[in-house]
Design a binder for this molecule. Structure first.
Ligand SMILES: NC(=O)C1=CN([C@@H]2O[C@H](COP(=O)(O)OP(=O)(O)OC[C@H]3O[C@@H](n4cnc5c(N)ncnc54)[C@H](O)[C@@H]3O)[C@@H](O)[C@H]2O)C=CC1
Ligand SMILES: N[C@@H](CC=O)C(=O)O
Ligand code: NA
Length: 457
């Protein structure tokens, strides 16, 4: 027997995710009422254009362009518009009025999170955001609640569905980045501006959110090192496959000790990296995501599932709606953000990982020794070297995200060339970058065609 009054839900946005949330709220009203002990009443849906065509058939009378009026008097506001403004203003309006807010907006959380959490705390409202990281996969709640008694040391994951879809298509079907991105956009995986996906911005926002939660430290978005996938070439994808590896866009958040100062800090970074085909992350296909969490007591945990997609993401949003609604009905404490550790966020230069450097050299006696000397002088220790002859002279890439520069001509055009693929042991990023510059400046090196980090050992 339901006695609690109806809970008024205002929905902002009816795109890929919002339209599915609205459909499920309407279709599963009785089921939700039983789970919550109160009926959820969808009071309206704010959109830019009430007459726009939508994939989902929803009652026209629910639509409005007046978001502020909807927010007024709502118990729960679901923000699925995306972007910073006006979403930020509406979320603040909702929180200040005492409504709980559910959002999937990682761009907003990663840039204005502290302001929003503060506003929520002031009035005792709650801000829920399970859908903001890794779509349908439960990862926010496990980090915030289930692992609240543990110490998280590292998070390694694929957290952007669009780029995983694109890299997968480039790898398996030989598609171009542009064609694969068009399909991802059609399927509702991509952001309104897909540059956010392929430029690594979306993954960086998620890394900032994950690192902040995991390390009880506010990690500002601008301290997250970011490289997207726009410079990943077909040649790199093909070479990775031939070598039994695959390129994935990874988000990595970890505790680090600065080798120079001994200071403990955290690092959050996003870049395309090589991982072995044997690694479980290599088996994450399409728009799926996977997040590995390494913690002191629980050990290794893996979270896997749909990282993007309208109906899949709606699941995470509705989970938050039900939680918020149950809090209205049965009470209980909310969850405050925990940033007490306040650890420094370390620069990318302090990160330690392995690398694969592919370079074209003159095929002459002594060249290998000269290359080995440059690496050793730079403090970068070589694990493997493979050589093939002949080679092309591709563009020079000085660092992972640097713009390619023109290859130097081979004098006289007759010098035989060879391609060296060097795998390094772990090295500090700063040492590696300086060594790659020294290699590029060396007379024996014709071109550096690829520098990739190697993760997941
Ligand atoms: N599509 C996906 O797979 C996932 C999306 N998200 C996040 O969910 C949010 C929504 O994403 P999508 O549904 O894909 O976006 P979308 O672009 O498909 O839909 C956005 C909706 O918001 C409305 N809207 C936008 N600006 C507005 C404004 N100024 N005033 C009124 N209405 C406005 C639009 O009319 C549209 O109905 C974003 O924050 C996105 O990052 C999170 C996880 C997965
Ligand atoms: N554009 C995002 C959507 C989910 O967050 C992605 O592709 O992962
Ligand atoms: Na999630």
């Amino acid at each position: 027997m339901i006695e609690y009054r109806n809970l008024r839900v205002a929905l902002l946005g009816a795109g890929s995710v919002g339209s599915q949330v609205a459909r499920l709220l309407l279709e599963q009203g009785d089921e939700f009422a039983s789970r919550i002990g109160a009926r959820l009443e969808l009071v309206g849906i704010a959109v830019r254009d009430v007459d726009a065509s939508r994939d989902v058939d929803l009652p026209r009378e629910l639509f409005t362009t007046d978001a502020s009026s909807l927010i007024l008097g709502a118990d729960i506001v679901v923000e699925l518009m995306g972007g910073i403004e006006p979403a930020r203003g509406y979320v603040l309006e909702a929180l200040n009025s005492g409504a709980d807010v559910i959002t999937a907006n990682k761009a907003l959380l990663a840039t204005h999170g502290p302001e929003l959490f503060e506003a929520a705390e002031q009035v005792g409202a709650q801000l829920y955001y399970e859908a903001a990281v890794a779509g349908a996969i439960p990862i926010i709640r496990p980090l915030r609640d289930s692992l609240a008694g543990d110490r998280i040391n590292r998070i390694l994951g694929i957290v952007n569905g669009t780029t995983n879809f694109v890299l997968d298509r480039m790898d398996i079907h030989g598609e171009t980045l542009q064609d694969a991105l068009a399909t991802a956009t059609d399927r509702g995986y991509a952001e309104a501006d897909p540059t956010a996906d392929i430029g690594g911005y979306d993954a960086a926002q998620k890394a900032a959110i994950l690192a902040s939660l995991a390390f009880h430290t506010t990690v500002p978005l601008e301290r997250v090192y970011r490289e997207g996938i726009t410079s990943v070439s077909k040649a790199q994808v093909d070479a990775a496959r031939e070598a039994g590896a695959v390129i994935k866009l990874l988000a990595i958040c970890e505790r680090l000790t600065d080798r120079e100062t001994g200071e403990e800090g955290v690092s959050a970074r996003v870049y395309p990296a090589l991982i072995s085909r044997d690694h479980p992350l290599a088996a994450v296909h399409g728009a799926h995501n996977a997040v590995f969490v390494q913690s002191a007591a629980a050990g290794d945990l893996m979270f896997y599932g749909a990282g993007a997609g309208g109906v899949e993401t709606a699941s995470a949003v509705l989970g938050d709606v039900v939680s918020a609604a149950r809090r209205h009905v049965v009470g209980g404490p909310g969850v405050a953000e925990s940033t007490h550790a306040d650890l420094p966020v370390l620069d990318i230069g302090r990160v330690v990982t392995r690398y694969q450097i592919t370079l074209d050299v003159e095929d002459q006696p002594g060249v290998l020794a000269a290359v080995a000397r440059i690496l050793s002088d730079g403090g970068v220790s070589v694990e493997t070297v493979q050589q093939s002859v002949p080679s092309h002279t591709g563009p020079v890439v000085i660092a992972g995200n640097a713009e390619p520069s023109a290859a130097r001509p081979i004098h006289g055009g007759a010098t035989p060339t060879a391609t060296l693929v060097i795998g390094t042991h772990e090295a500090e990023e700063a040492a590696l970058a300086a060594t790659v510059e020294a290699l590029a400046a060396s007379d024996v090196v014709i071109a550096i065609s690829s520098v990739l980090r190697v993760e997941g050992s």
